[in-house]
Each structure stands twice: as C-alpha cells, then as structure tokens.
Write a protein that binds this ligand. Structure first.
Ligand code: UDP
Ligand code: MG
Length: 320
C-alpha cells in the first residue's frame, strides 16, 4: 500500500530561504519513494515569498500554497496546514532550516514502528542568542512545573504526527493555540528523536520579544491555571504576616513607650501591596482576555488564496 506524507511549512517573510528549504525538503521526501505534498502556509508575508512559492507550484505538483489574508501567527499557520493536509503522516517543520529536514527520515522510521507522534527534541541550539537560549530553557521548565500535561522540554513544533492525531487537533477550536502543548494533551503513543538545532539559513527570526512573550503566556494560560492560585496563596501569606505585625503593634502600645512613627514606611508598604494587587489583576485579566477570545467565536484564520489543491476550489474568502 502506498503511503502519502504531508509536510507543513509555515512561512512569514522568508524570501531568502524558501527556495533552499523547498530543495532540501524535496530531496528528503524523494528518498521515501512514496507520494508526498509540501504545504507552504504563507502567513501574510509582505516580501516576495508568495511569488516564489507560486512559481514552485507551477513547476512541481507536490507543492501547495495556502495564503492567509494577513499575518495570523506561526501557531495558526501550522494549524491551517494541518487542517488542509491529506497524508497518513503529517510533518511540521520551520522554513528557515533550523530544523534539519533529514531528521524527517528518522521520524518516519519511528512512525512505522508504531508511534503516533514523533517529536524532535533539541539537544543543542546553534546560532541563537544567549538571551533566547536562556529564556527558552527557563520557559520550558516553568511550563513543565505548572502543568499536569506532559509537555516535553526543549521541543518545538518540528514533529511528525499520525493522521488520527492530526484529525483530533483539527477538531479542537481553541483560539490562542499552543500547538506543541495540544499535541501532548491529545496523547497516543509519543516518542522523541534527538537533533541539533542549526543556524537560520538566512534572514532573521520572526519572533521578536513581544511575540515571544505572547507565545509564552499562551502556553502557560492554556495549560495551567496555577498562576491564578498565586493570589490565594499570597493573600493568605500576607494576611498571616500582617496579623503577626498587628500583635507586635498592640504589644508595643500596651507594654512599651515606643511608637512607630513616620509616613514613609506606611507609604512604601501601601505601594508594595498595591503593586501586588495590580499584578494579580493583570494575571486574572490574561485569563479573562482569552475567555473573551473564545466567546467571540471568530474563525481561526482567513484564507485569501489556495494553489495546488486540485480537489478544492482555488479561491475562497473565508475559511476556518
Ligand atoms: N512564522 C510564521 N508566522 C509568524 C512568525 C513566524 O509563519 O508570525 C514562521 C517562520 O517563517 C518560520 C517559523 O514560523 O518558518 C519559525 O519562525 P522563526 O524561525 O522566526 O522562529 P525562531 O526559530 O527564531 O524561534
Ligand atoms: Mg527559526
């Protein structure tokens, strides 16, 4: 029985890399001697990325293009690619060649052994800033300690998933998606292959600090409500301290002549506690904002154009 593989590649302003990543992916997928499709999801690029992929579609029927109407984000792009994929096994890989396409062959081998999810775990990261490595390391470990779902550390979205896992993921409608966590949540038989993360082939990271923070907060809020409990614990702890201090004040008043003076101390304590209250309100706000996103029930993405998908209409305005 012939097998069909799908490779999903999210691309956002990747003009300098997209051709090279097509070449490398094609070389690897040809080695499988099976049929395959390369689905490039253009996440609202403003450079020549779309034109290049469009050209590739003309010369190679394996190539498919999905173009969003604007930038919806990396996680949404991955989701769209998975929704439109038709292979028995679906591989998600970044376009910048930081994830070596050759590892896909190892993933396929594990899949054939019977695993439903084969994720790429990074044993080393090359060519990334100290800040990025440090924050990534800290984030993955914090998330692990906050959630009950077993999300592997140092693991990105580079992975192979079986059709049945892909279908379950497509049926999940949540909006602020943290795909690597959702894959863990789904379950089934999962295993890792280890690889060294390479330097970006060309161009710059499309994850500036602001996007990184949003991504991290999405990961934590969608998989844990422990941050909400911080308010409760902190409240109890501070009330207890305040009570002890109250006893001290009464004792000072009754048995000594010494009285605490000065408004500076009162002001600093008051500002400190106001700060804590605002932080807690902010945390609650993050959760409420996400409930709001869910309740609006807008589609996850809007597709402006599809190319290379023979069995469907090429153009559609709203798709979800
Ligand atoms: N990407 C995307 N939409 C975005 C940001 C990134 O589709 O809004 C794609 C990007 O083109 C790349 C992948 O997601 O293929 C990972 O992005 P990047 O390499 O910039 O992230 P990093 O490896 O630096 O964390
Ligand atoms: Mg990258």
């Amino acid at each position: 029985m012939s097998i069909r593989y799908s490779v999903v590649i999210p691309v956002y302003n990747e003009e300098p890399v997209v051709k090279e990543s097509y070449k490398r992916l094609k070389a690897v997928m040809e080695q499988t001697k099976e049929t395959y499709e390369l689905i490039f999801v253009n996440d609202g690029s403003r450079d020549g990325t779309e034109a290049i992929i469009s050209e590739l579609c003309e010369i190679d029927t394996h190539v498919k293009l999905v173009s969003f109407s604007r930038n919806f984000g990396h996680q949404t792009a991955i989701t769209a690619g998975m929704d439109l994929s038709s292979g028995q096994a679906v591989v998600v890989i970044d376009a910048d060649l930081q994830d070596p396409p050759e590892v896909i062959l190892d993933m396929i081998e594990k899949w054939k052994e019977g695993f439903d999810v084969v994720y790429g775990q990074r044993i080393k990261r090359k060519g990334e800033t100290f800040f990025k490595k440090l924050t990534a390391k800290f984030f993955y470990r914090t998330l692990k300690s906050l959630t009950d779902v077993e999300i592997p550390v140092d693991t990105g979205d580079f992975r192979l998933i079986d059709r049945k896992v892909c279908d379950v993921l497509s049926s999940l409608t949540e909006k602020n998606r943290y795909v690597r966590g959702l894959v863990s949540w789904v379950g089934f038989r999962q295993t890792a292959v280890y690889f060294e993360r390479q330097e970006r082939f060309a161009g710059e990271t499309k994850y500036p600090f602001k996007k990184m923070v949003k991504f991290a907060v999405d990961g934590i809020t969608t998989f844990s409500y422990k941050p909400l409990k911080i308010a409760t614990y902190l409240g109890f702890f501070l009330s207890f301290l305040s009570f002890l201090y109250l006893l001290v004040v009464i004792w000072l008043k009754l048995f000594t002549d010494w009285t605490v003076s000065g408004w500076a101390s009162i002001l600093s304590v008051s500002l400190f506690f106001n700060g804590i209250v605002l932080i807690m309100l902010g945390i609650i706000g993050e959760y409420i904002g996400r409930i709001y996103d869910e309740s609006k029930n807008r589609p996850l993405y809007v597709i402006a154009e599809k190319k290379g998908f023979t069995d469907e209409k090429e153009k559609s305005t709203t798709d979800c």
